[in-house]
Design a binder for this molecule. Structure first.
Ligand SMILES: [Zn+2]
Length: 282
């Protein structure tokens, strides 16, 4: 049995020693994002959470499917909550939770909801279990917040998120100038395998594709500006298609992840409209 004093509130800049000490304890209190949630048996739910200090973890929410459960309010994807967790052998168990942000407005639009889930799936598939990731936590929390405010261009937000995630995972492309000769003027070409841009002269006999000046400016902004400023930017449809092709090709080449259930769903609703609501992936 553990008294209240043995519950440790981990702050966002906790040292390695503090995190190690907390891991030795059975009860941990931490803020977390609900990435995924599915029903387990008749009454329980299994959650995939992202905590800045604990990283990606799995947690069982006992009784969360029952009407009277105090946990039911905080187990939906896109929720931000403060969790009191009990550490078990294979996963955590949710003892208590306090909802901080429901992001309920995101659910009002099937497109926004699918996009919020896509960002969550992208994090879930690329972040290692149990590794602290405060920067990725902030990026996802801020992106969901922007979706909830219903401002800005959603596709630009998604592309910015993809590139910022690649940067945080260690795959930052070189976009300052030609990766071979340093030239910073003229037309540029892009190669996902090289992970950067190069000039017309250096592009000869290389597998690469032309990159428009507008798309390059967006890519540079995605890396240099906070995501809340990116959300206010606008781009023509052709440029958004170019950015999508470049970033998703680059993402799958370097992470080895070639498909996302939620991205396939997003493409479907882009083509068919809101009548796909009932087919939302888990
Ligand atoms: Zn060059």
């Amino acid at each position: 049995m553990y008294c209240a004093s043995s519950v440790i509130l981990i702050n966002a800049c906790g040292s390695r020693q503090v995190i190690w000490w907390c891991k030795m304890l059975k009860l941990v209190k931490t803020r977390a994002l609900v990435l995924r949630s599915f029903r387990f048996g008749e009454k329980d739910r299994i959650l995939t959470l992202l905590s800045p200090e604990l990283g990606k973890i799995s947690a069982k929410a006992p009784g969360a499917c029952t009407i009277k459960s105090k946990l039911s309010a905080g187990v939906e994807p896109l929720t931000v909550a403060s969790f009191l967790l009990h550490r078990g052998k294979s996963m955590y168990t949710v003892s208590q939770l306090e909802v901080k942000q429901t992001n309920a407005k995101v659910r009002e639009s099937i497109f926004d909801y699918a996009l919020g889930l896509y960002l969550a799936e992208l994090v879930e598939k690329t972040v290692e279990e149990g590794e602290a990731c405060p920067a990725i936590y902030r990026l996802l929390a801020n992106s969901w917040h922007l979706l909830n405010e219903q401002k800005g261009d959603r596709e630009i937000l998604a592309r910015c998120f993809e590139l910022k995630m690649l940067d945080l995972l260690g795959y930052r492309p070189y976009l300052e100038g030609c990766i071979f000769c340093g030239n910073i003027k003229g037309r540029f070409f892009w190669s996902k395998s090289i992970g950067g841009i190069f000039c017309e002269t250096c592009s000869k006999d290389r597998a690469c594709s032309p990159l428009s000046g507008g798309a390059l400016a967006f890519l540079r902004s995605f890396l240099s500006l906070p995501i809340r400023k990116i959300a206010n930017m606008r781009a023509p449809l052709e440029q958004k298609k170019e950015l999508e092709k470049i970033l998703q090709g680059y993402f799958s080449y370097w992470t080895g992840i070639h498909s996302f259930k939620t991205l396939d769903f997003l493409r479907k609703i882009n083509n068919k409209g809101d009548n796909e609501l009932h087919k939302m992936p888990n």
